[in-house]
Design a protein around this ligand. Sequence first.
Ligand code: PEP
Ligand code: MN
Length: 253
Amino acid sequence: MTVQIGEIQIGGPRFTVIAGPCSIESENQFLSTANAVKDSGASILRGGIWKMRTSQKSFQGLGSDSFEFIQKIKAQVGLPLISEVTDIRQIEEVSHLVDAFQVGARNMHNYALLKELGSQPKPVLLKRSFSAFIDEWLKAADYVLAGAKAQVILCERGIRTFETATRNTLDLNAVVYAKKHTGLPVIVDPSHAVGIADLVPQLCYASAAAGADGLIVEVHPNPVEALSDADQALNFETFDKMMKQLEKVLNAF
Ligand code: PEP
Ligand code: MN
């Protein structure tokens, strides 16, 4: 089954790269990132409007203050946007702005949110919770899919294991398992899986080789200054190099 975001088909023959900042921080930051990732070959933008942060004291996203400039940038750059909603009320609020809704790892078990997203026609990118069994993740997808108009893309973003050297552990088992046992497109988020920018490109290649349908990658104009997930964001140059190398990996399969 393929899922369409804007003009882009996910789950078909073409590999899809979604890229952008963890959080949308300012007009300049989002515009420059959107242009850079588009030039390097990304076909969908990402960017957090409301952020689910572990600490309430951390940056929580610009929220509705960013709507106007996001609209402008989307029109200018011409790529679709995927962004996370953390509350049922936000679905309506951003439906004019986003082309697909992201459900974050922390909300994978938020069944009220999943059901509501299943009742509207825009695609839903469902991240796996860092502590969910594959079975729980697929059953969470069923909550969305029970809705009449629902479309789901699964996203593996790393799980908690005994290992602490990396932020999480990328579970490629889950990717190949979900590809085999569901008809849904499956993509990988290597940024949250490993949490260390230098290690992200290799996991992009591994995901492509494992048969994922695409990637969602965090990119920032100046990662050290990022207001969220600074350690894992690629700068423009590294993202561009990764995309060139990725093409070679995809051609080999
Ligand atoms: C994100 O994509 O920025 C994010 C918060 O991801 P996750 O829900 O996977 O932690
Ligand atoms: Mn992030």
